[in-house]
Write a protein that binds this ligand. Structure first.
Ligand code: PLP
Ligand code: ZN
Length: 504
């Protein structure tokens, strides 16, 4: 729809204006730093940063009904820069001009309601939000769209040129980083560091295909992260891990979309998401807080963060009920099917601690919960979900397993509605499905297939059927007829099909 076709009162708000005063704020010493230089940690004290808008309060002067209309009407605009996460420009990047925005189709991923069989199994009505339907097939695209739009802005302003973007990754960050960097050729090149053999072949193929320099390092993600941190401290590179506060900002769009998709009614809603490096939960918490503070939503939804037993430092931290006695201890991870969350020392832990406190305080009750699930339940729930029409990845399975457990433990109740984050596409992690179906999981996963969930292809080639087609070697008519009859009879017998009654 054209601008002039919108109602008059909404027209001045449709195209966001450059405004706001974004600054990095240090969560350690509280100092603020200008955004014209790329920062990942506080130059004074070394703590992680969050981006804050110094003029955020100006957003509160717009009535909530007006905000609802602004976002709802923006849905109808055909301006690429506003088609993705920047529908919420005022909240995500008020200092980023529209012509710097990189839009590759990210955001606005579907909410798919669970059918009645699956919601009965789980115990409540719920939806998957399929973040695997982003361009590189994971939610990481939200943060990359933000980080690369910002870098694009710096390039256009002449603040930087010829940038090498670098990240450590459990697979999906590198896929997203390489994709967005490839779009900004030749100004930006990318290099990614992956733990050797700890990413799936599909994930490895992504940065390779996008033309990134790909390095495989012995060890796990936490080791790669240390190397990338050393590189970013000593060389001119742009760090694209979620330590980079611009990533967090873009990922807040997840909360904004959920708010909008439920017509801004967050009562009795529960958001369930997996935790790895804890960037996602940081963003989701911050996003809901910002919409709550501006009156766009009137209630803060319940948040349930889920970790595997094999990589559970955040869960362990919150096991201690007394906030004053909690002490963060990194853990050594063991192999997990939720491989993209296999992280023992989450970079965003200080942000989580800060925001969980703020979130619970604003909610005036405990409103953030942490669950731990085993590998078996992650696989079982993933496969069960997908047998009911979903495309959940193992992390989607982890979220769902966490929801089921939270209901069992009465952290979540039957009158609530859950939104379960499937953070990537099932296809990226199909190797784990294969191990499940073949019962070939290495012992340390402790996963045994449940027979009802196992599936395998049936090869149909009757032993006495000699003439079968092959590529470039078609059968003659008679042999083809014979082939089709024998094979179809065999399939019909396996499926116990009933013959069409020839007399009717
Ligand atoms: C990165 C990732 C996670 C973990 O998210 P964090 O922000 O690191 O907590 C979970 N699932 C998938 C598919 C991911 O790629
Ligand atoms: Zn500081």
């Amino acid at each position: 729809m054209k601008i002039t076709d919108f109602p008059n009162d909404i027209q001045p708000f449709l195209i966001p204006k450059l405004a706001g005063a974004l600054q990095y704020r240090c969560l350690g010493c509280g100092r603020e730093h200008p955004i014209e230089t790329l920062l990942y940690t506080c130059p004074k004290c070394g703590h992680v940063l969050l981006l804050v808008d110094k003029t955020f309060n100006r957003l509160k002067s717009i009535p909530s009904e007006m905000w609802h209309k602004i976002f709802d009407y923006r849905r109808m605009l055909n301006i690429p820069a506003l088609k993705g996460i920047y529908r919420y420009h005022e909240f995500l990047g008020p200092a980023i001009p529209l012509d710097s925005i990189v839009y590759l189709g990210e955001g606005h991923t579907p909410l798919v309601e669970a059918n009645s069989a699956l919601s009965q199994r789980v115990g409540i009505k719920f939806y998957f939000k399929n973040d695997g339907q982003n361009p590189s097939a994971s939610f990481k695209d939200r943060g990359m769209a933000s980080a690369l739009s910002y870098i694009h802005y710096l390039v256009k302003q002449g603040f930087v040129s010829d940038l090498l973007a670098i990240c450590a990754s459990t697979g999906d960050t590198s896929a997203a980083a390489a994709l967005y960097a490839a779009y900004l050729q030749p100004h930006i090149k990318s290099a990614v560091l992956l733990p050797h053999k700890k990413v799936t072949p599909q994930q490895l193929s992504q940065p390779l295909g996008s033309g990134a320099a790909v390095f495989e390092i012995p060890g796990v993600f936490d080791d790669c992260m240390k190397v990338v941190e050393a590189l970013s401290e000593q060389y001119h590179v742009a760090l694209l891990n979620s330590k980079n506060a611009w990533r967090i900002l873009g990922q807040e769009s997840y909360s904004y979309e959920i708010s909008q998709d439920f017509d801004y009614d967050m009562r009795k809603k529960v958001i369930v998401l997996p935790i790895g490096n804890a960037g996602n939960i940081t963003a989701v918490l911050n996003g809901f807080i910002k919409f709550y503070q501006t009156g766009i939503i009137m209630d803060l939804p319940k948040i349930v963060g889920v970790q595997s037993e094999h990589a559970n430092p955040v869960f362990r931290y919150y096991q201690e009920p007394d906030g004053n006695k909690r002490k963060f201890e990194p853990v050594h991870v063991s192999p997990s099917v939720a491989q993209a969350a296999m992280i023992g020392n989450p970079v965003s832990m200080p942000r989580v601690i800060h925001l969980v406190d703020q979130y619970n305080t604003l909610s005036a009750r405990q409103n953030v919960f942490f669950m731990e699930v085993d590998e078996q339940s992650i696989m079982d729930w993933e496969l069960l979900a997908n047998r009911n029409g979903h495309i959940a990845c193992t992390h989607g399975g982890e979220s769902l397993a966490g929801l089921a457990k939270a209901i069992d433990n009465q952290f979540v109740h039957q009158d609530e509605v859950a939104i379960v984050d499937s953070t990537a596409h099932a296809l990226k992690f199909s190797g784990f499905q294969e191990m499940y179906f073949n019962d070939s999981f290495p012992a340390e996963f402790k996963v045994k297939p449940v027979p009802e969930l196992v599936n395998a292809p049936v090869y149909v080639h009757p032993q006495d059927l000699e003439d079968v087609p092959a590529p470039g070697q078609p059968l003659n008519q008679k042999a083809l007829k014979q082939f089709v009859r024998r094979i179809s009879d065999e399939i019909a017998s396996v499926l116990a099909l009933r013959k069409i009654d020839e007399t009717t």
